[in-house]
Design a protein around this ligand. Structure first.
Ligand code: CP3
Length: 337
């Protein structure tokens, strides 16, 4: 087993810098596009053979040091009774946004959840096939709550903010339900064989530091403190969260993911030796190779002084050339020694 990624998570020395990419399985791959002509996204997720194939493809093609389960943050919400679809070019869209106490009370309680058996089945297959660690994941409660309350992607998250300011008790109930789900769902993944857990809080950057600290952070602390008992590295990634870094720095977890907008070196100064993950601008991969190399060198330099896992500062863009990603993995492995 290549354990470079796990060692880096724990802040242990590695032979070179570990690297993987968020959305390393996706539309930039011809093989993925071919599969998507025959299957819906959720078909790929729910069929353990196809899920294993899609998860393994980038690992085998790019030589990255970790796999990430092919799924979506919305998947565990289906068995909670949430009726959603994933619209191409847009993202998750709900038939009925959750706005009232009744809407939230109708969420199916955790113990009654069925219908996620394909997740452990896929994880077991992936772990048999691969020799790199598998990252399991979940959406973080705020980002999931924002999809549920808004009913889809949003620019300003006004319905969500209105609930967290105007109906704090209701907000608390929703966040409690989602936090319980996150714990149960990620625990299930680790029991099936996942070697690490990353929570994606894509929209947390929409909150001020004060609102994040008051209405979101306590739930994250609760989740991470509970998950610590699993004994696997715990990661967190939020988009556009430069203003939250001081708050993230003391969360009880192993790795802070940094989005591409924020200089990694500045986060390093504020987060100490804690392992950081990131943060090349995914759009740089569309630039000439010299620019990519310069930018990657800068990220590698700024990651020094503590654990560093090289990644993009958000997901791989569909226009990316797979050959560029392969070359970048080689470059990071050469430079990182
Ligand atoms: O390779 C991997 O990273 C694992 C797979 C993965 C997917 N979604 C598959 C997917 C992961 C980790 C996610 C997480 C996810 N899903 C997040 C958090 C990370 C982030 O990007 O901020 C969010 C916000 C979602 C919700 C979502 N699902 C969006 C915004 C989209 C994009 C819509 C579009 O068409 O651009 C999706 C669909 C989705 N999930 C795709 C993939 C590979 C797009 C490709 C497709 O439709 O086949």
């Amino acid at each position: 087993m290549n354990d470079r990624f796990l060692k880096a998570c724990r802040g242990e020395p590695t032979d070179t810098v570990a690297v993987w990419f968020m959305r390393q399985a996706g539309r930039y791959q011809a093989e993925y596009r071919t599969l998507r002509r025959r299957y819906q996204l959720l078909d790929l997720v729910q069929d353990p053979d196809l899920c294993c194939q899609v998860t393994a493809l980038p690992v085998e093609q790019l030589g990255v040091d970790a796999a990430i389960l092919f799924s979506d943050i919305m998947v565990p919400l289906g068995p909670m009774g949430v009726n959603y679809r994933i619209q191409e070019g847009v993202g998750p869209v709900l038939a009925h946004p959750l706005r009232t106490a009744d809407d939230i009370a109708r969420l199916v309680p955790l113990h009654a959840q069925r219908g996620l058996d394909f997740v452990p089945a896929a994880i077991e297959k992936i772990c048999r096939r691969l020799t790199v660690p598998l990252i399991g994941f979940s959406g973080a409660p705020f980002t999931l709550a924002s999809y549920l309350v808004e009913g889809g992607p949003s620019r300003q998250y006004l319905a969500t903010k209105r609930m967290l300011w105007g109906e704090p008790k209701l907000w608390g109930r929703l966040m409690d339900r989602l936090s319980e789900m996150v714990v149960a769902y990620t625990t299930l993944q680790v029991h099936a064989g996942a070697h690490a857990i990353q929570l994606f809080d894509s929209w947390a950057g929409a909150l001020s530091r004060q609102d994040f600290d008051r209405a979101v952070k306590p739930y994250l602390i609760g989740i991470y403190e509970t998950l610590a008992a699993l004994g696997v590295p715990l990661l967190y990634f939020a988009v556009g969260a430069g203003h939250l870094i001081d708050s993230l720095a003391d969360l009880p977890l192993d790795v802070i993911g940094v989005d591409w907008r924020h200089p990694l070196g500045e986060v390093r100064r504020r987060a100490g030796q804690r392992t950081l993950q990131g943060n090349l601008d995914p759009a740089v991969l569309l630039a000439p190779w010299e620019t990519i190399e310069d930018s990657a060198t800068e990220v590698l330099g700024q990651g020094k002084g503590g654990g560093h896992i090289f990644n993009l500062g958000h997901g791989v863009l569909p226009d990316t050339d797979p050959g560029t990603l392969r070359r970048l993995v080689e470059f990071v492995h050469q430079q990182g020694g």
